[in-house]
Design a protein around this ligand. Structure first.
Ligand SMILES: C[S@@+](CC[C@H](N)C(=O)[O-])C[C@H]1O[C@@H](n2cnc3c(N)ncnc32)[C@H](O)[C@@H]1O
Length: 283
């Protein structure tokens, strides 16, 4: 497929203020679906054995691909829901400077262990509440070039799915932590404005023309609502001034198993993909 990409020269275009990619790399980075199988062991697993204590760690290579498209080398990237550091590790891979915020000191400690195991200098990770971004001094040092994040999803992992073994690691019925400050513990309707408020505070630190990129995974539809969380997030964020929605890409998570949901009676979707929603701060 890569052979079909038009040859736009092997040098970055001097007019390119967004990233350091050649035209060919730019075009490849626009493919709609990312369906790479990321290794979970060996050097390229990036200490996945430690990171898997988190219910949904993102592959650092996936985050690095996004960071390389939306920023230049040396850029500053903010992740207000940093988990065990998928974005922060990606910053190290891509020679960018990350800053994270994570509610759980347990997840933050895992990130530190991962860095020690990989021999990487940890990027700053604030153990704190993303709803209080305005209070964190470190964020004010210099504007950010990108906000890249993977928020908790409203009650997404609260219920084990039919046919699926419940994820290991978290006790009880809450997704990531039992903390009431965890946005993942909010119900769907309360989650949307809470996420908007966090992102509004993050956007204050983002430079003009900088991108906000976030992951969203839909829930199964019910009679009451379609539960296309990605579409509801877009709708909610369009209420923010100076933010435009630029489109999305899809991440097909190749590590997910397919389950025979509904078999042999009715269609029930396997949700093995996530939306990568792309917004730009226009002013
Ligand atoms: C989907 S996970 C992010 C995983 C991350 N991308 C990684 O690679 O590890 C969402 C994270 O948001 C955290 N979180 C939830 N509410 C938060 C809040 N109010 N402030 C900061 N972090 C929060 C959860 O603890 C969880 O680790």
């Amino acid at each position: 497929m890569i052979d079909d990409i038009p040859d736009l020269g092997e040098q970055p275009d001097p007019r390119n203020r967004l990233n350091d990619l050649t035209g060919r790399e730019w075009t490849y980075a626009l493919r709609s679906v990312i369906a790479t199988r990321y290794p979970t062991n060996g050097e390229e697993g990036y200490a996945h054995a430690l990171r898997r204590a988190h219910p949904s760690p993102k592959p650092p290579q996936l985050m690095a691909e996004l960071i390389r498209f939306f920023t230049k080398k040396g850029a500053r990237v903010l992740d207000p829901f940093a988990g065990v550091g998928g974005t922060l590790l990606a910053c190290a891979l891509a020679d960018r400077r990350g800053v994270g915020v994570e509610l759980s000191s347990e997840f933050a400690a895992i990130y530190q262990q991962v860095c020690a195991e990989l021999g990487l200098a940890p990027q700053p990770l604030i153990v704190g509440d993303a709803r209080r971004l305005a209070e964190y001094e470190l964020l004010r040092d210099e504007p950010f070039d990108m906000v890249l994040t993977d928020p908790p999803y409203a009650q997404m992992m609260a219920k084990p799915k039919t046919g699926e073994r419940k994820k290991q690691g978290r006790a009880g019925a809450t997704p990531f932590t039992a903390d009431p400050a965890d946005l993942g513990n909010l119900d769907y309707r309360a989650f949307l404005p809470a996420l908007r408020e966090v992102l509004a505070a993050a956007l204050v630190y983002l430079k003009a023309r900088g991108y906000l990129v976030l992951f969203a995974k839909d829930l199964q539809p019910t009679r009451e609502h379609h539960n296309m969380l990605h579409a509801d997030i877009v709708e909610e964020l369009l209420a923010l001034p100076d933010l435009s929605f630029r489109g999305y890409r899809i991440w097909h998570d190749m590590s997910q198993n397919l389950y025979p949901f509904g078999y042999p009676f009715a269609f029930v979707a396997n949700q093995v993909h996530q939306f990568i929603l792309v917004f730009r701060k226009e002013a």
